[in-house]
Ligand binder design. Structure first.
Ligand SMILES: NC(=O)c1ccc[n+]([C@@H]2O[C@H](COP(=O)([O-])OP(=O)(O)OC[C@H]3O[C@@H](n4cnc5c(N)ncnc54)[C@H](OP(=O)(O)O)[C@@H]3O)[C@@H](O)[C@H]2O)c1
Length: 182
């Protein structure tokens, strides 16, 4: 069974997005996201990032595909066009099966797998037992949001949390949760 992690930033109400974008401007969290999702034990390996089609489209064109990571976009649209180095799958289940079999053609060896959003993909991914870890940036404010992260307290337990930091008047902390053993 191939394990994966979710990485997300949430506000006080577990809001994650508004109008197809992030509700806040928090460069420290983007840096954290980059560090976690790029970090591998060997420079010859990359990590996989799995995202929904809307999150893909939310990335500015000059920043996509996310560099030094194997980008996978989930979409049921057979006509969706993506750059040649980006993989498309029609379901999370099929993505995980392919990763498990290591039968993605033409990609370097990968190390960790991260599901990076948005709401639709998080809602589905968090139910998979393969989802063993959550990297949650807790932003200690309320923003206007139209997309949310699902409740997870019954299935996950806090593993560690950073000190509270501040940037641009926004307080936040980086917290990790692991799936409770059943
Ligand atoms: N705060 C954070 O950490 C964070 C992280 C990521 C995103 N976001 C925000 O979240 C918002 C986007 O979330 P969203 O829920 O609207 O969109 P999304 O989850 O990014 O993408 C939804 C799309 O993914 C495809 N999809 C969904 N479930 C699928 C499945 N089971 N199998 C195959 N394809 C599937 C569909 O694409 P087709 O319609 O093409 O079939 C669907 O329209 C944005 O505001 C974004 O900025 C926030």
């Amino acid at each position: 069974m191939i394990h994966f992690s979710i990485i997300v930033a949430v506000d006080q109400n577990y809001g994650i997005g508004i109008n197809g974008q992030l509700p806040w401007h928090l460069p420290a969290d983007l840096k954290h996201f980059k560090e976690i999702t790029c970090q591998t034990s060997s420079p010859s390996k990359q990590n996989v990032v799995i995202m929904g089609r809307k999150t893909w489209e939310s990335l500015p064109e000059k920043f996509r595909p996310l560099p030094n990571r194997i980008n996978i976009v989930l979409s049921r649209n057979k006509d969706l066009l993506l750059p040649p180095n980006v993989f498309k799958f029609e379901s999370l289940q099929k993505t995980l099966q392919s990763l498990e079999l290591r039968n993605l053609r033409g990609i370097p060896e990968f190390e960790n797998v991260y599901v990076i959003g948005g709401e639709q993909i998080f809602n589905e991914a968090i139910k998979f037992p393969e989802c063993q870890k959550l990297y949650v940036t807790h932003i200690q404010q309320s923003f206007d949001c139209d997309t949310f992260f699902p409740p997870f307290a019954t299935a996950f337990i806090k593993q560690s949390s950073s000190a509270i930091a501040q940037q641009g008047g926004i307080s936040f902390s980086f917290t990790q949760y692991v799936r409770k053993s059943s």
